[in-house]
Design a protein around this ligand. Sequence first.
Ligand code: FAD
Ligand code: DHB
Length: 389
Amino acid sequence: MRTQVAIIGAGPSGLLLSQLLHLAGIDCVVLEQRSGDYVLSRIRAGVLEQGMVDMIDRAGVGARMHKEGLLHDGFTMAVGDTRLRMDLKGLTGSSVMVYGQTEVTRDLMDAHAARDAKVIYEAEAVTPLDFDTDHPRVTYVKDGVTHEIACDFICGCDGFHGVCRKSVPEGAITEFEKVYPVGWLGILSHVRPVSHELIYANHDRGFALASMRSHTLSRYYIQVPLDSPVEAWSDEAIWDELKIRLGEEAAASMETGPSIEKSIAPLRSFVVEPLRFGRMMLAGDAGHIVPPTGAKGLNLAASDIHYLSTGLIEYYADKSAAGIDAYSQKALARIWKAERFSWWMTMLLHKFPDLGAFNAKMQQADMDYLASSTAAQTSLAENYVGLPF
Ligand code: FAD
Ligand code: DHB
């Protein structure tokens, strides 16, 4: 088989890229190691920046998001004794859209199915080859048969554990990493959200977040020790902990119910440089990870896809390599700013085991400064709603 762009990974990065390239008349094949149902079963991000919303519209898959998504103009932060509403709309003129990653992926999958796009699920042993030449190719195994795709470019949209980054020779890539000594335990439940906006809390017992997917579906997180197995947490224990950490007002109105999903995610900051290796480019979690505190992971994947799709479209339409030549540098400039913001929000909002008295004072001082300074709030808000592409 031959295609113009072979995309590895059918998460939000891969499907968004494939959809945008298709609309520009560029032929792609998407290879995904899992089944479509498995991809949809992974509950992850929930907050979309306006820039990502615009891209979803450009990809022609925004109708359900605008109908079912919830526009949020602000959120609340509670650190120690200080409780503060961040007026995102008032401070920046922008809002965020609460609409789950699962739903974004489902809308993209439906658009691919409707046009009978080439998305190959359950592709095994996917291997990017010869990307340091002008004739890259990808091999994979499907139903026991080995296939080969010849292409112009390979896009590694295969997440943190994917094969593309690992295929790059060691000397050609630099990794930057920070691992945090805590995890997030997430719970999804068919109950009404405790508040109409998100609440991020840093309590003596650790971080908690009240989020949602709709008016009847809530998503909550609590900070847990890294070695805490998910089985150790009954639903009741999680609700009890949420009531303590989110405070009396929230506890009084919190609806509880059985969890329909429960999982623990580690917290990590990770970036590789560069993001392009000859004719292979990395995008999304394949090239970088942020701790989830600033709600940036999915949005950063979208901004990568913006730069990458623009570069590839320019390559085919104008016969110019300028866009793909600039891809790594442009994407990384925005990635590092989101890394900084996510790291800062994480340091502000968690109780780390080795925090120490000085750093605890810094958290409170940071929060007091935020409470007293419109400039500080504007800085937080402009990062939360998303820096320009
Ligand atoms: P992914 O969604 O990881 O998609 C990559 C795809 O590639 C997957 O479908 C995978 O199966 C496939 N793949 C992997 N290896 C191969 C291979 N060898 N061959 C073929 N296909 C392959 N962000 C937030 O903003 N808020 C959150 O609350 C949040 N929670 C998260 C929880 C978890 C457990 C994780 C892992 C991430 C979370 N994120 C969160 C981050 C956010 O979900 C990611 O940034 C986003 O999924 C990135 O999209 P992606 O398409 O780049 O990668
Ligand atoms: C959600 C996740 C986040 O990491 C965040 O900062 C806000 C919301 C969520 O899953 O709803």
